[in-house]
Ligand binder design. Structure first.
Ligand code: LLP
Length: 430
């Protein structure tokens, strides 16, 4: 988390002390660093420099329009999975012509909207979907740009819930069926323009080997599809993992230089492994990073409400719950938790950090050693920029948190905290 560090005992995002934001805007509160997002984009972009490439940021990771606008201004495209995400991209000033549309269940309304907005390509995930896109495009008197997503049946060696490239997953079309699917689409779908081939094997990959295995497995297929149908791009998907355990900038420039990528999987290693295989294809290469771009660019701030010392555990009860950040309970996601004010006392104690939701699964950390913090003090849950706010809900009728984007010493509220009126909007008595 390049832009999050302690300075004189206080945790900062860039030049802004987080305590001041928590006090002013309340908690739970998401805070993002623009410099970190920009840094990640620039580094990935540079590592792919040898390729004719387009970074299509996976909007699902963090879809705040201020974040999307930051990426659009850097020249990024977007990987979207709904009409809603496309709507956000357009509101943020993004270019639909740089958008790919993934997902197994696109509806007619979504296909129509995307066609009319002129997206770059639909990534189709089944033969039925290809035929449906063809039908909708025909009825509108349009041609639909399409790619087919291949399921390479490669184990991404990540959490089961975020593995997508195995045959038992619902995503993509089986490797062995792909050529026949292209052939039938070319023969019987006059309203499609076959533009590419796509794959994505999973998320939070911490090793380069599965990426390499998938790329090597799919390249002969890409070559054949290129020769037969003249495709212009190959998308290698997203999935670059981040380091959840080494979240803070130590403030030591030399250390940081040496460990500029303390990721288990560095972007350099990723590029060094795959670029030499991709370069000879002579195609435009798309990649769809979500977590890499924003994961370590965001924190969630929360206040300690109470402490409970039970027979088996010490609970720190905080004002953020699984409805605000579901990753710990849904994926056993491990997020570093640190106090906003560094305590003078180095003592730590083992606690469960739990939220106010009425579920035993409502925790941010279990059996975690953290410094002694009292009720009224604030904690930061680190590496919460990806799949944090976007997966938040109103469960237990709790308003969605506010979001702040920090840029240098400026902090902008980029989404207001919901009011109870917002939460109940549209609801009526029978
Ligand atoms: N492309 C496609 C087709 C995807 O399905 C995904 C993520 C991405 C790109 C971006 O993957 P990334 O670079 O962020 O790993 N909520 C889960 C992650 C779900 C990922 C879904 N697909 C989590 O919090 O770990």
């Amino acid at each position: 988390m390049h832009s999050f560090r302690y300075h004189q005992g206080q945790l900062f995002a860039e030049n802004v002390p987080l305590q001041s934001l928590a006090e002013k805007h309340g908690t739970p509160l998401y805070v993002y660093s623009k410099a970190t997002i920009t840094g990640h984009f620039t580094r990935l972009d540079a590592s792919l420099a040898k390729l004719n490439h387009l970074i299509c940021y996976a909007v699902k990771a963090n879809s705040n329009i201020a974040v999307l606008s930051t990426i659009a201004k850097l020249g990024g495209g977007f990987d979207i999975v709904s009409a809603g995400e496309l709507y956000r991209v357009i509101k943020a000033g993004g270019d639909p012509a740089k958008c790919t549309f993934a997902g197994v269940g696109k509806t007619r309304d979504e296909i129509e909207y995307a066609l009319k907005q002129g997206i770059y390509c639909f990534n189709a995930e089944s033969e039925a979907e290809l035929h449906y896109i063809n039908q909708v495009a025909g009825e509108l008197g349009m041609k639909a740009p399409v790619a087919v997503r291949v399921n390479p049946n490669v184990d991404a060696k990540t959490h089961a819930k975020i593995t997508t490239g195995k045959s038992e997953n619902k995503f993509g079309i089986d490797f062995d069926q792909i050529l026949d699917v292209y052939a039938r689409a070319a023969a019987s779908c006059p309203h499609l323009v076959i533009k590419g081939l796509q794959m994505h094997i999973g998320s939070q990959l911490t090793n380069v080997a599965p990426f390499l295995e998938a790329v090597q497995k799919v390249i002969p297929l890409v070559t054949e599809v290129k020769a037969k149908y003249g495709i212009e791009f190959f998308s290698i998907g997203g999935g670059i993992g981040i380091n959840y355990k080494q979240s803070l900038d130590s403030g030591d420039a030399a250390w940081w230089q040496e460990n500029a990528e303390v990721h288990p999987l560095t972007v350099q290693a990723y590029a060094e492994a795959v670029v030499p295989h991709l370069e000879p294809l002579g195609l435009r290469i798309l990649c769809e990073p979500g977590r890499f771009m924003v994961g370590n660019a965001g924190v969630m701030l929360t206040k300690v409400l109470y402490e409970k010392r039970g027979a088996a555990k010490v609970f720190k009860i905080v004002d953020a719950g699984m409805n605000d950040l579901i990753r710990p309970t849904l994926y056993e996601g491990w997020h570093q938790i640190v106090p906003l004010k560094q305590p003078a006392d180095a003592t730590v104690e083992k606690v469960d950090v739990v939220g106010p939701i009425c579920e035993s699964g409502d925790f941010l950390a279990q059996n975690r050693e953290i410094p002694l913090v009292k009720a009224g003090e604030y904690l930061a849950v680190l590496s919460a920029g990806a799949y944090g706010f976007t997966m938040a809900s109103n469960y237990n009728t709790r308003p969605m948190p506010a979001e702040i984007l920090v840029d240098g010493d400026k902090a902008t509220v980029v989404r207001e905290r919901q009011t109870l009126e917002d939460v109940l909007k549209g609801e009526h008595l029978a």
